[in-house]
Design a protein around this ligand. Structure first.
Ligand code: ZN
Length: 169
């Protein structure tokens, strides 16, 4: 899904998307590395000179495995979007980027890809780690995981088999 730059003016153009929009679900899937269970995007695109400013709200709910115990963790994101896009350098509408504008995205041609904007907004909202809310239960599961993998290693160890042979001899 692309939005024509020409269709955006300084009063802005609002785009809403959710689970009903295939392009939005695809973009969320990519950014979250999980299928969204809930998704709501309200984005306002405003044109200032050659640049496009995007503000609004992104909300998503999805399940990811815990980084420690691998149990599914329900993650709810609610993120205020504040993104800037400028035409790629060398284009006709080239603008001078001010210091601190390193986070400005670029677009080529006469349209902005809405999926890219959504992915970028969600990516900025992601937590650095996924962990169970219940730390005690997570600890117990993690300990059990280590215990079972240790037991598995011993049983399949060639030395264990050898020890059995020696004992039998
Ligand atoms: Zn956990």
């Amino acid at each position: 899904m692309r939005i024509q730059i020409d269709s955006i003016d300084d009063r802005g153009r609002e785009v809403r998307a959710g689970l009903g929009e295939a392009w939005a679900v695809r973009a969320a899937d990519q950014a979250l590395e999980a299928t969204p269970e809930a998704l709501s995007a309200t984005l306002l695109f405003v044109r200032k000179g050659p640049a496009i400013f995007v503000t609004g709200k992104l909300e998503a709910r999805f399940v990811r495995p815990c980084d420690r115990c691998a149990q599914g963790v329900v993650v709810s994101l609610s993120h205020d979007v504040d993104l800037k896009y400028a035409p790629e350098q060398g284009g006709t509408g080239e603008i001078e980027l001010a210091e601190g504008d390193l986070d400005v995205g670029t677009f080529t041609g006469d349209a902005l890809d809405l999926g890219d904007v959504l992915s970028e907004g969600l990516a900025l909202a992601l937590p650095t780690r996924y962990l169970c809310a219940d730390t005690a239960a997570c600890d117990a599961r993690t300990t059990a995981l280590f215990a079972s993998s240790d037991a598995g290693a011993t049983a399949s160890s060639p030395f264990a088999a050898l020890a059995g042979l020696v004992r039998d001899a």
